[in-house]
Design a protein. Structure first.
Lengths: 103, 408
């Protein structure tokens, strides 16, 4: 059972947007797409760019702005290279205004 | 099916992507991949950057793990040189004489470096960069404090200069044009990149070229036409590439500008396809064009594979690439050898911008960014659709470029 941590307010993340939060030194991105929330490691596994800073979101996919790798935000799997390794994904929920990530 | 394999000449990023796409598309027939190098297919971008600087290993560069080929029934033969393709009998001929028949053929032999043919160019200590071995050779000579002269300031030269400067080498550049990346970016944008290198301590001599190399046992000096004599412990030459066409001799497709292929990447010889650096394809927007980009190698390899299986997919990719230098990144898409007007969002002075190169109609033919990552990829739709966007919207950083393209 993951431990849910409050990272901010849900309203900070609009539809089609992503934002990164420092959770115990690990940068975790939270994105909202199609009304659904996704939480995943913010660090692209290819060259360590931050996915949340400018990564374009389309459905459950996020595309790294540095070298174009695409990841499924729900499963973490690579949809398009050059990245080879998946990103870690986390549980995420809203409790009232409170945005919580499970670590 | 006759039972002959699908043969891929070349064992590169493009070739491996094609093989993987064949399997992903459900093709379960035999695939033979023939590569002249001794390694399994690997990616080259890191060779001028992380790998050169010692920050990544060979394994990190492999397109697929070494065992993937056997696991997927792909007969990968490394260290194998193809000398000739014989379309009349549908065979490829290997050095040593072995012949392999093909059902379909993909030529993905890539490109090779232009050589600098001047006095002393055979001296040890003069390298160029294409293979893992080349990168190893440069790194071995690039100790901190070593004097390095880079000949040519295209993308490879600029990336190598940046890596070597970061490794503590004293880097001097000799470039034939008036600034860095001149042929691709033109003078105004080229100078922004020039400034980036100057800020990192690189000394650059423009409008000059190598007259000869001097040295006894290895290179010691670079003498230029402009009269400079530059001390050198190591020289790296990066003066461009040409398509690796040898295997096409006698086929009628050995055009020095690249193997001509149609919009679906098939050549004039039925069943023979070409992709990657070696292919000069008929692009629906840019016309006949040959590019040497990483992303293009992947996408062309995949498209060629699907069309080898009977597809008729037109390759209309906008040709995107990046170049990482120091902590900065250039991205570029499209093709604009000349342009009528440039519109900039962001700031050239501050070195953070996306520039749009427009033709006389006002169509975006190409976009270039420096440390302004988001927008080049977002401009793909503009380049593909050839619509005329509102120039003010291009300039306004708050306008999402994707919103300028009408959705169908």
């Amino acid at each position: 059972m993951p431990e849910f941590r409050s990272v901010g307010k849900g309203e900070e993340i609009g539809e089609g947007q992503a934002m990164a939060f420092d959770v115990d030194g690990q940068l975790i991105a939270v994105a909202r797409s199609g009304g659904e929330l996704f939480a995943f490691s913010d660090i692209c596994t290819h060259r360590q760019c931050n996915l949340s800073s400018g990564g374009d979101i389309d459905g459950t996919a996020i595309e790294c702005e540095c070298h174009g790798s695409r990841f499924d935000m729900k499963t973490g799997e690579v949809l398009d290279g050059p990245a080879v390794d998946p990103i870690e994904v986390f549980e995420v929920r809203e409790d009232g205004e409170d945005l919580q990530v499970g670590v | 099916m006759t039972g002959s394999p699908f043969v891929i000449v070349g064992a590169s990023l493009c070739a491996a992507t094609a093989a993987a796409t064949l399997r992903d598309s459900g093709f379960d027939g035999p695939i033979v991949m023939l590569g002249a190098e001794d390694l399994v297919p690997y990616e080259r971008p890191a060779l001028s950057k992380e790998y050169l600087r010692g920050g990544s290993s060979i394994d990190d560069t492999f397109v697929r793990p070494a065992l993937w080929y056997a696991d997927n029934g792909i007969d990968l033969r490394t260290g194998t040189t193809v000398v000739q393709i014989e379309p009349a009998t549908r065979e490829v001929v290997l050095a040593g004489g072995e012949r392999i028949g093909y059902e379909r053929l993909l030529v993905a032999t890539g490109s090779r470096n232009r050589r600098l043919d001047v006095e002393g160019s055979d001296l040890p200590g003069i390298s160029d960069l294409r293979t893992v071995g080349d990168s190893d050779e440069i790194r071995a000579a690039a100790s901190s404090g070593a004097k390095v002269v880079c000949i040519g300031m295209g993308f490879i030269g600029a990336e190598v200069a940046a890596s070597l400067a970061e490794m503590g080498c004293i880097v001097t550049v000799v470039e034939i044009f008036e600034t860095t990346l001149f042929r691709v970016l033109g003078p105004e944008l080229g100078r922004v990149v020039e400034r980036l290198h100057r800020d990192h301590g690189v000394t650059m001599h423009f409008n000059d070229k190598v007259e000869r190399f001097e040295g006894d046992l290895r290179v010691e000096r670079v003498v230029t036409s402009g009269g400079l004599s530059l001390e050198a412990d190591l020289v790296v030459v990066g003066i461009g590439t040409e398509p690796a066409m040898d295997v096409m001799t006698g086929t009628g497709l050995d055009d020095p500008a690249g193997i001509p292929v149609g919009p679906t990447l098939e050549t004039a010889i039925p069943g023979v396809f070409a992709a990657g650096d070696v292919a000069r394809h008929e692009h629906p927007v840019f016309g006949p064009i040959r590019v040497e980009h990483f992303d293009n190698a992947i996408k062309m390899g995949a498209t060629a594979a699907r069309n080898m299986l009977g597809g008729s997919e037109v390759f209309d990719d906008p040709h995107w690439f990046w170049s990482d230098q120091y902590d900065s990144q250039i991205q570029m898409a499209g093709f604009a050898p000349t342009w009528d007007r440039m519109i900039v969002r962001g700031s050239l002075e501050e070195g953070s911008f996306c520039a749009f190169l427009l033709d006389e109609r006002g169509v975006v033919r190409s976009s270039v960014s420096l440390d302004y990552k988001r927008d080049v990829r977002r401009s793909f739709g503009l380049i593909r659709s050839q619509i005329v966007p509102d120039p003010q919207a291009l300039e306004d950083p708050d306008t999402d470029l994707r919103s300028l393209v009408p959705q169908d």
